[in-house]
Design a binder for this molecule. Structure first.
Ligand SMILES: *[C@@H]1O[C@H](CO)[C@@H](O)[C@H](O)[C@H]1NC(C)=O
Ligand SMILES: *[C@@H]1O[C@H](CO)[C@@H](O)[C@H](O)[C@H]1NC(C)=O
Length: 187
């Protein structure tokens, strides 16, 4: 009688341990699955902008510059990212002064792809009338910004096929004296 009771008790604790381990395993798998399957937005930035040539005149106020830039597409997901062709625009005082068309590509899981491109910036596309160009040319520093968006699909095995769009939003300064692009900051 006493022995049987003890046997039953050990059987029961074995079952408790077994189900306990099972529950913990399922919980861990769920957490891993949620973590792996949660699709985050890729991060698109300009990593560098270099000046290849610069021409400017104070009267009529004008500047033309050729830049070479590198854009990075960082894929923080466990699937691969297929992105479509995109356009990156450069702006001065809110007006577009240059644009480049970039090709499509693929970024493997947890990696960063780099796209290099050239950009011709021409101030003659600025709207006529009052603008800050004369003042900025005199100060020797022109503020430029870059904008655009990259769209694509995040593919994770056969489970996830989700569309994701990332924006490029960067600012920089063009310094006439040194003929350089400084203070590149992307948000
Ligand atoms: C910039 O380019 C435009 C057209 O290509 C030209 O008319 C203008 O004179 C150029 N400006 C300078 C400062 O070279
Ligand atoms: C993902 O979905 C899009 C549109 O639904 C489709 O065109 C594309 O072929 C799919 N890609 C893959 C790898 O399944």
């Amino acid at each position: 009688m006493f022995k049987a009771l003890r046997r039953e008790r050990t059987d029961k604790s074995f079952l408790f341990i077994f189900f306990g381990i099972l529950v913990v395993c399922i919980a861990v798998l769920l957490v891993v699955a949620l973590f792996v399957l949660r699709v985050k937005t890729p991060e698109v930035k300009l990593r560098s902008v270099k000046m290849k040539s610069l021409k400017y005149s104070f009267w009529p106020p004008s500047f033309n510059t050729t830049l070479s830039a590198q854009m990075t597409v960082k894929n923080p997901n466990f699937g691969y990212y297929l992105f479509e062709p995109s356009t990156v625009s450069f702006l001065y005082g809110g007006s577009r002064v240059g644009a480049s068309r970039l090709g499509k590509g693929e970024v493997k899981l947890l990696t960063t792809a780099t796209l290099s491109f050239g950009m011709d910036v021409r101030s003659n596309s600025l709207p006529e009338g009052r603008n800050t160009l004369i003042r900025d040319l005199n100060s020797g520093i022109l503020k430029l910004s870059a904008s655009g968006s990259v769209s694509g699909r995040m593919i994770l095995w056969k489970i996830v096929n989700q569309s994701k769009t990332s924006n490029i939003d960067c600012s920089m300064t063009l310094v006439l004296r040194t003929k350089t692009i400084n203070d590149l900051v992307c948000r």
